[in-house]
Design a protein around this ligand. Structure first.
Ligand code: AMP
Length: 587
């Protein structure tokens, strides 16, 4: 096992490393640093986030640049402002003994004039997001014509975010003879294209296997009906009282909604998505880093820059479309040698996708049962007992003890303990007592009959370019409904079916009274067959509608039968399926 001394780093850097308390190089550092120090070459390094990548390119760059010159010699492109700031901070710490070093970060959402001024003072290294960098080049506020080292950090993320054009344009302003070091967690073909196009016979190093998830991350999934996702999420949070997690949703709306619901229900949660202002995002991230927020609900794009250590759980509230996105998500936990869990709250239709992920990441998911209410009560009780056991006594309560003691004069220790714990336990007990089992088992999701659901026919299908997920997203969007409010979406060639809770029925029918898409009426009617929902009032509804609409592409006559499911398997209702949870004093 090599040491930092073995890697060939100079004294200034070794001193900083010692100050930081790094005892031995991480794998990517041990592999990359000697090569980059010894040779002038291009490098492709495949490494997950959290593996010490910044130091792997940072140390060699700091050692190679001339700090006595004010010329910009190193350029690091990274996908987000968060990451830019983080890399800049790390480099400043690593280079704290490199006298004269000036590292400047440039990113959108902050004053371009201030950043230009900082660069003008003589930045040997610039850390930038592609968008702002391109902007500054166009305005001639930076000169990168003498760059010797360029780093494309989180290259896959940058390309995912659509920065290909910006990156190519930026690189065209740099000298051909520079060295390019590309770091990426995954190697999709877009990254391979960049490597081929802009790099000269790059040396490749891989930390772990490509696309393989970290050894420190366990993968689990919980199978629930899609409408019970939120209930499952709450139970998982309650089962892990010290949870510190990122919860991923697919859309900004769902992200906001889930976060709002969690907050309403007494959890310390926050939302992070692109509809928030930079200021709001900064505040949320600050609270998350300080652990004032235990659960950060985020979209993939907004979470890209997150580099927070000690995340205990990544929760996939919904699975992403791309398997590689799952790798990114789960890479947020299990960092810096810590253990982590990546959880998927899955519906039946997503199980196949989980199998696909298993093949790619070469890890098996454990199928777990959503805990029962009583299991959660027990965990909460034990957690409270441990907390009390390790609590330091605050002597400020001494003056009040006399009164308290006299109140409990005739109470035995056993009784007192029971009473004390009952305060917290009863809260959870009342909430979870008689709570339903929300685990899904066997059969198809579409076979469960729900008497509170309405099943609809809609005259768009595969021919209109929809798959079930796209149709669901479309319906949620136009109807302003949440992720789990539209379910059992089944797409046929020229028509489809979907369910909503009965309470949304008037809204759905009203909305589609005269809704046109591409010049054609989109027609929604209540389906005759249950297919998981309840048929009602079809004829009445159709009569109403035929008077309010002319022509269009409505199918004529016949019933809109959903042949997918056959009812049965009625779910038991629960008194306790409400949203509110017992508020805990700590929240
Ligand atoms: P990175 O992958 O560069 O984002 O690094 C992840 C975290 O690991 C950062 O907080 C670094 O400060 C830390 N780190 C980097 N290298 C080492 C090392 N050799 N030993 C311990 N921690 C490290």
């Amino acid at each position: 096992m090599s040491t930092f001394q073995d890697l060939g780093l100079n004294q200034d850097l070794l001193q900083a490393i010692s100050d930081l308390g790094f005892t031995k190089p991480s794998e990517v550092q041990a592999k990359a640093i000697p090569i980059l120090l010894e040779k002038e070459l291009d490098l492709v390094a495949l490494a997950q986030t959290g593996t010490g990548k910044t130091a792997a390119f940072g140390f060699p760059m700091l050692q190679k640049i001339d700090v006595n010159s004010r010329t910009t010699q190193g350029l690091i492109l990274s996908p987000t402002r968060e990451l830019c700031l983080q890399i800049t901070n790390e480099l400043k710490q690593y280079g704290k003994y490199c006298k004269g070093l000036n590292v400047v970060s440039i990113y959108g959402g902050s004053s371009i004039t201030d950043q230009a001024r900082d660069v003008k003072r003589g930045a040997q290294i610039i850390v930038a997001t592609p968008g702002r960098m391109k902007d500054m080049i166009n305005r001639r506020l930076v000169d990168i014509s003498k760059i010797e080292y360029s780093v494309l950090d989180e290259a896959d993320e940058m390309l995912n975010m659509g920065f290909y054009e910006d990156i190519t344009s930026i690189l065209s302003h740099t000298p051909d003879e520079k060295n390019t070091w590309l770091f990426s967690a995954t190697m999709p073909k877009e990254v391979a294209t960049i490597a081929k196009k802009f790099m000269n016979n790059p040396t490749e190093i891989t930390v772990g296997s490509k696309n393989v998830s970290s050894e420190n991350v366990k993968h689990e999934y919980y199978l629930v009906n899609s409408r019970d996702r939120y209930l499952a999420l709450k139970r998982l949070a309650d089962l892990n009282p010290n949870i510190f997690s990122v919860i991923f949703c697919r859309t900004k709306r769902d992200t906001q909604k889930v976060a709002e619901k969690l907050i309403e229900d007494g959890y310390s949660a926050g939302a992070l998505h692109g509809d928030l202002s930079q200021n709001q995002r900064d505040l949320v991230m600050k609270s998350f880093r300080n652990k004032q927020i235990q659960m950060l609900v985020a979209t993939d794009v907004a979470a890209r820059g997150i580099d927070v250590d000690n995340i205990t759980h990544v929760i996939n509230y919904q699975l992403p479309d791309e398997i590689e996105t799952y790798t990114h998500r789960s890479g947020r936990t299990g960092r810096a040698g810590k253990k982590g869990v990546s959880i998927v709250i899955a519906s039946k239709s997503e199980v196949r996708k989980i199998k696909g992920i298993e093949r790619i990441i070469k890890k098996t998911f454990d199928k777990k049962d959503v805990p029962s209410g009583m299991e959660i009560c027990e965990v909460q009780l034990v957690s409270l007992a441990n907390k009390i056991h390790t609590t330091e006594i605050n002597s400020e309560i001494d003056p009040y003890l006399e009164n308290i003691n006299s109140l409990f004069e005739n109470t035995t220790k056993e009784e007192l303990i029971k009473k004390f714990f009952s305060v917290e336990f009863t809260r959870f007990y009342n909430y979870y007592n008689n709570s339903k089992d929300i685990n899904q088992s066997g059969g198809d999701d579409s076979s469960s009959y729900n008497e509170n659901a309405t099943r609809y026919f809609i005259n768009v299908g595969k021919k209109d370019g929809y798959d079930w997920m796209q149709l669901k997203d479309f319906l949620k969007e136009v109807l302003e409904l949440g992720q789990d409010d539209v379910f059992k979406v089944e797409v046929k060639d020229s028509f489809s079916f979907f369910n909503t809770d009965v309470k949304h029925q008037p809204k759905v029918l009203e909305f589609f009274t005269d809704f046109k898409q591409n010049g054609r009426f989109v027609n929604v009617e209540i389906s005759e067959d249950r297919g998981g929902g309840r048929s009602r009032n079809r004829n009445k509804r159709r009569d109403n509608r035929s008077s309010s609409r002319s022509g269009g592409s409505r199918r004529s006559g016949g019933s809109r039968n959903d042949r997918s499911g056959s009812g049965g398997n009625r779910r038991s209702s629960s008194k306790n399926s409400g949203n509110s949870r017992p508020r805990q004093s700590r929240r």
